[in-house]
Design a protein around this ligand. Structure first.
Ligand SMILES: Cc1ncc(COP(=O)(O)O)c(C=O)c1O
Length: 376
């Protein structure tokens, strides 16, 4: 059965199975009041200011024209300001404040070699005068010096953190605990941040982003139909799912997976969203069908380039002057572009891509973009 819905003057043609997603939008007053309540709830948690917030929301008109789909927008979380920016900054505002409130003097975290989370954590620790230790898991097996030493790794070390390598498949949580135990023996007070900063404390950063984006769109009279972003360790999406649920938003949220298969990714996001909602303690219900991930753009594996990612990163660099990364936001964009072509967003007017940052990793992958030499 095909139904036609009229919501705020927009015609949406959809199948009966999709009908549940087309909820009526709240009145602006109601939306404002829910956003205010969420702000007050978030204000109860310790937070340290690290980012340039709110990040800009900008149209991508050249890209929209090239793709001929809905009008595309970009939420510039690559501009959070901390050591070239990215999504971890929002999470770290809550995580570092929690570390401080527990009397920690040292931060330990882990990630893949070109981890953006590690880079932003080293910068946050530097800014707050804390020691920082980074454990890097070799998930790609690359021997390329640029991958091992340049990009995010260069910045981790510039920020004064110690960096040490672990082989792929290592139990990184156990490694961090062992590292912390050794530091405790030396009289340190370490605080462990999980990979990607993805726990209910870190996810609060993206609960807040859901509110920020909603208020920003409302200020310019924009009705956002869908929000798309790269999803990995799940904290970004879990925070957004929880924040959008808190304000009863009708925005269709879609994660593009960069590592795990769909079932596993969605389960991770759902579990963390439920924990985040519990942590907020305001009775928010997380609906399983609001957790959506498409995980068809990973290619051969996490951190391994795909043709689609390369094309997407070049397209955005050359049509919008925007830099995306090879591991996360580039694969997320590949997913966005392909799904536009396949009609996923048919009937939608405004789709926002959350730019989660990561362009520092480009310098770990210089050969990938096959740019020939230039004349002397
Ligand atoms: C640039 C970038 N985008 C997206 C993500 C995914 O965010 P999350 O791990 O919260 O799912 C990451 C995580 O490291 C990232 O660095």
């Amino acid at each position: 059965m095909v139904l036609v819905n009229h919501i705020k003057g927009i015609n949406l043609v959809t199948s009966a199975t999709q009908i549940n997603e087309l909820e009526m939008s709240l009145s602006p007053e109601m939306e404002q009041s829910l956003c205010k309540d969420l702000s007050l709830t978030l204000a109860k948690f310790p937070k340290v200011r690290l980012g340039h917030l709110p990040t800009p929301l900008e149209p991508m008109d050249r890209l929209s024209e090239i793709l001929g789909g809905p009008r595309l927008w970009v939420k510039r979380d690559d501009c959070t300001g901390l050591s070239s920016g990215g999504n971890k900054t929002r999470k770290l505002e809550f995580l570092m404040a929690d570390a401080q409130s527990k009397g920690a003097d040292t931060i330990i975290t882990q990630g893949a070699t070109q981890s953006n989370h590690a880079r932003q954590t080293t910068a946050a620790a530097a800014k707050l005068g804390m020691e920082c230790h980074i454990l890097l898991e070799d998930r790609t097996g690359s021997n390329d010096n640029n991958y091992i030493l340049n990009g995010n790794v260069l910045l981790d070390r510039l920020h004064g953190a110690s960096v040490s390598k672990r082989s792929g498949g290592t139990d990184m949580n156990l490694e961090m605990q062992d590292f912390a135990d050794a530091l405790i023996e030396k009289g340190k007070k370490p605080y462990i941040i999980p990979g990607g900063g993805s726990n209910p404390i870190g996810a609060l950063g993206y609960v807040n982003c859901a509110r920020e984006l909603t208020e920003q769109a409302s200020e310019i009279g924009l009705k956002i139909d869908a929000l798309v972003h790269a999803t990995g360790s799940a904290g970004t999406q879990a925070g957004l799912v929880t924040g959008l649920a808190a304000i009863q938003s009708s925005i269709h949220l879609l994660g593009i997976g960069v590592r795990a298969p769909k079932d596993k990714q969605e389960q991770m996001v759902f579990d963390l969203a439920q924990k985040t909602a519990d942590y907020l303690d305001t009775g928010i219900e997380i609906e399983r069908d609001k957790v959506r991930a498409i995980c068809d753009y990973v290619g051969a594996g996490y951190g391994l380039p795909t043709d689609g990612m390369i094309k997407a990163v070049k397209l955005l660099a050359q049509s919008e002057g925007l830099l995306f990364d090879p591991v996360y936001s580039g694969k997320g964009l590949d997913g966005l572009i392909d799904q536009i072509k396949k009609g996923y967003f048919a009937g939608m007017d405004n789709v926002v891509f959350l730019h989660t940052g990561g362009s520092a990793a480009l310098f770990g992958y210089p050969e990938t973009f096959e740019l020939p030499g230039y004349a002397n």
